[in-house]
Design a protein around this ligand. Structure first.
Ligand SMILES: [Ca+2]
Ligand SMILES: [Ca+2]
Ligand SMILES: [Ca+2]
Ligand SMILES: [Ca+2]
Length: 356
């Protein structure tokens, strides 16, 4: 089962406010202009597709066995013909498949450019699927498409927040390609602990082929030259729902226009995007107080309560075999189509009795 606690970054809010307050204007160093994204993507697409046509993987293994790891994925260069062109059929085609014949091609718009990216789906995973802004537990290896050089790898599972906060490296954040692709996979269906080692069952396993524009693009990153296409092998093991500002609303729900970008949603236009704003409509009643609270108590082992469509778990605790689950629900009390916490005309505080 997935663990569904809620990460909070309230101490970080202070840093963000400081950053906004001290926004300096001393950028008098020479800036090298970025390359045009659309032009770069044309070159990157060509390069990635050549790689996919020029390599194969050990496909039959993944059709016959379960719980394989990234170490079981073997990528080999295709043989060439007399003219030096890649053959289209790999050696031992019963057991091997050309990557180009196995990947899914996806498209997205990002920073006003159109992108293709590619997924090799080796196991979907039997658990739940994270949202683009959640915290994931993964194992991965990343290497450069053009040299094959490994620039980043973790052999034991680590947790990463897929959504960062600008200016706060500690808050995490991953490249756009990861946000798009990991949210397409599911976590493990279950896990067990044997001799202190966690063993996951039926987790997401695959590879991603990401153009530089959905990777680091022009940014300097150790061992990754600017404009590098990136390839990752990964296992998606678990996830947690992120609520960056701890206002009770999961971060992905604060992506109001559902474009998988939480930085462009700022209802009160105070410079703090909703996912990092404790009072989203700026009406001086905190978002958490503009949501309707509810409490469920169940016994350990009982089925989970079914939450409403706009109801989210805020916290849970367990005592003497009884689980207490606190939730909040979005509400539109004047039925004008705008939830109270986004409607500065409505200032009902649903926690007033408790506070006074
Ligand atoms: Ca958005
Ligand atoms: Ca705001
Ligand atoms: Ca908020
Ligand atoms: Ca309001």
């Amino acid at each position: 089962m997935t663990f569904r606690t809620f990460k909070k970054y309230i101490p970080l809010l202070v840093f963000v406010l400081l950053l906004i307050a001290c926004n300096s204007d001393d950028d008098n160093f020479v800036q090298i202009p970025d390359r045009d994204r659309t032009e770069q993507q044309l070159a990157d697409k060509d390069s990635i597709e050549n790689y996919l046509k020029g390599h194969y993987y050990n496909s039959s293994l993944f059709e016959t066995q379960t719980n394989l790891t990234i170490d079981d994925i073997v990528i080999t260069e295709m043989p060439v013909d007399d003219d030096g062109n890649y053959l289209e059929i790999p050696p031992d085609p019963t057991n091997n498949t050309r990557l180009w014949d196995a990947v899914e091609i996806k498209t997205t718009t990002y920073e006003d450019a159109e992108y293709e990216y590619y997924i090799l789906r080796l196991n979907q995973g039997g658990g739940e699927s994270p949202e683009f802004s959640d915290q994931v537990r993964v194992v991965y290896e990343g290497f450069l498409e053009d040299t094959g050089e490994v620039f980043d790898e973790v052999a034991t599972p680590i947790e990463l927040s897929m959504q960062g906060i600008p200016g706060i490296p500690e808050a995490g954040g991953v490249i756009r390609g990861w946000q798009l692709i990991l949210s397409e996979f599911n976590t493990a269906s279950s896990f067990s602990i044997n001799n202190g080692v966690v063993e996951y069952n039926d987790y997401g396993l695959g590879m991603m082929f990401i153009p530089s524009g959905l990777g680091y693009f022009s940014s300097p990153v150790p061992d990754v030259p600017s404009y590098s296409n990136l390839i990752f092998k990964f296992e998606l093991l678990q996830f947690e729902v992120n609520d960056h500002d701890g206002d009770g609303i999961p971060t992905y729900i604060e992506d109001l226009d559902e474009n998988l970008d939480v930085l462009d949603d700022d209802t009160d236009e105070d410079g703090l995007p909703n996912y990092f704003d404790l009072d989203d409509d700026g009406d001086e009643v905190r978002t958490l107080d503009e949501l309707v609270p509810n409490t469920y108590t169940i016994n350990v082992g009982d089925p989970e309560p079914t939450l409403g469509e706009n109801e989210f778990e805020l916290s849970r605790s367990e005592s003497s075999g009884v689980i207490t689950i606190n939730t909040v629900s979005l509400v539109d009390s004047n039925s004008n189509g705008i939830y109270d916490h986004l409607d500065s005309e409505v200032t009902i505080n649903y926690n007033e009795d408790e506070d006074s």
